[in-house]
Write a protein that binds this ligand. Structure first.
Ligand code: GLA
Length: 374
């Protein structure tokens, strides 16, 4: 595959960032709460060089689409919007960004709840840090990436995805306090591994429903007289809220407690799995962000000996689910559950994302993915 020609300098840099799967702590980050993501092996790569024609060019290898844009003007839709948004955020912070040629290749599936947009934003900002010699640390990169997502993708997101893309690795859980940004890398429970299955169900209206949940949480906090729902430790304090707000807030309060319980000393696979099952029930019943496909897949996974627990992951409204199970059983269980689920041809067809189908695929080394820079 060859990229369309563009006026790119021959000196280019290549950077990348991973997608993430969140194990516990869903819809808590925009409430200043706790999260527990793990980076996945699938990564997004950005090659960056200077442009000589005074314009910005962004090329997506996945889409075979080339977009020229002016970051000061109307930003294009699609992948180039995230690119233009990051450039604008840098400029807002007084960082001069010259016209660029950018090439993007992503292994992170889009719309599966595995943070493909954060992987793109962080990979791009890393590439620009390298190309332009910017003095940015990994937390600033995550913060700028989040600002781009809020400002230009229109999602009132928290900072989990961007912190995971910038600071997590595939071998640890990133226990993050999204209020203070204090964090610790922790091992998975002993002997356990992860399964991630993409339900194939597209996340329809995800942005508007996500922003509605954000607004409901803010309103609940306002009625309770606290800055954020993070400041409520006990669900009994929610009794006076209107019914829907009470359920939304109960999810957030109990989910924060589940993350804290999961990172306590000595939590084994079965105990961790029970917390994941409870998280799914709370997301389904109180937060109302699950869909039947995710409920079915989680039930099928839980029915397998060796699986400790399963839940939807990411924002919900479609996308993927994650299970914790005995490590050596993860690959065969993931394959078998997916085959059986897909036997019903009326369903959107599911696919296994973890364990990664081809061992070592995208295992973290930037690959020479792009053809000539031109
Ligand atoms: C999306 C957002 C995150 C987080 C999750 C839900 O991935 O980008 O900030 O809110 O949904 O936990």
């Amino acid at each position: 595959m060859s990229a369309p020609s563009c006026p790119c300098s021959a000196d280019s840099v290549l950077a990348s960032a991973p997608g993430r799967v969140n194990l516990l702590g869903e819809h808590t980050d925009y409430n200043d709460g706790y999260v527990l993501p793990v980076a996945i092996p699938q990564r997004t790569y950005v090659q960056a060089s200077l442009s000589s024609d005074g314009r910005f060019h962004a090329y997506s290898q996945n889409l075979d689409e080339n977009v020229a844009f002016d970051p000061e003007g109307e930003l294009p839709d699609g992948f180039a919007r995230y690119v233009g948004g990051c450039v604008r955020i840098l400029r807002d912070h007084g960082i001069a960004v010259p016209p660029l040629c950018l090439k993007v290749h992503s292994e992170v599936p889009m719309g599966a709840g595995l943070s493909s947009s954060a992987a793109l934003e962080v990979a791009l900002l890393r590439a620009l840090r390298q190309l332009l010699g910017l003095d940015l640390d990994d937390v600033q990169i995550a913060q700028y990436a989040q600002a781009a997502e809020i400002g230009y993708a229109g999602v009132q997101c928290g900072i989990m995805d961007q912190m995971a893309a910038s600071l997590a690795d595939t071998g640890h859980m990133l226990f993050l306090d999204t209020r203070t940004l204090e964090r610790r890398l922790l091992p998975l429970p002993p002997g356990s591994g992860l399964i991630v299955i993409d339900s194939g169900v597209a996340r329809t209206l995800a942005t508007s429903k996500y922003n509605e949940r954000f607004a409901q949480c803010r309103e609940a906090a306002r009625l309770l007289g606290v800055p954020m729902l993070r400041d409520i430790a006990d669900a009994s304090a929610l009794a006076g809220l209107p019914c829907v707000l009470q359920r939304r807030a109960r999810h957030v309060v109990t989910e924060n407690a589940r993350v804290r319980a999961a990172v306590a000393e000595g939590v084994d696979g079965p105990a961790f799995g029970r917390l994941m099952n409870a998280s799914h029930a709370s997301l389904r019943d109180d937060y109302e962000v699950s869909v039947p496909a995710l409920d079915i897949l989680c039930d099928m996974l839980r029915a397998r000996p060796g699986v400790y627990g399963a839940r939807l992951t990411g924002a919900g409204f479609g996308g993927a689910c994650v299970a914790l199970c005995e490590r050596e059983r993860a690959a065969p269980i993931a394959a078998d559950v997916t085959v059986r689920y897909n036997r019903d041809r009326r369903r959107q067809q599911a696919s296994v994302l973890l364990p990664a189908p081809s061992p070592g695929a995208g295992a973290g080394q930037p690959q020479p993915l792009f053809n000539s820079p031109g």
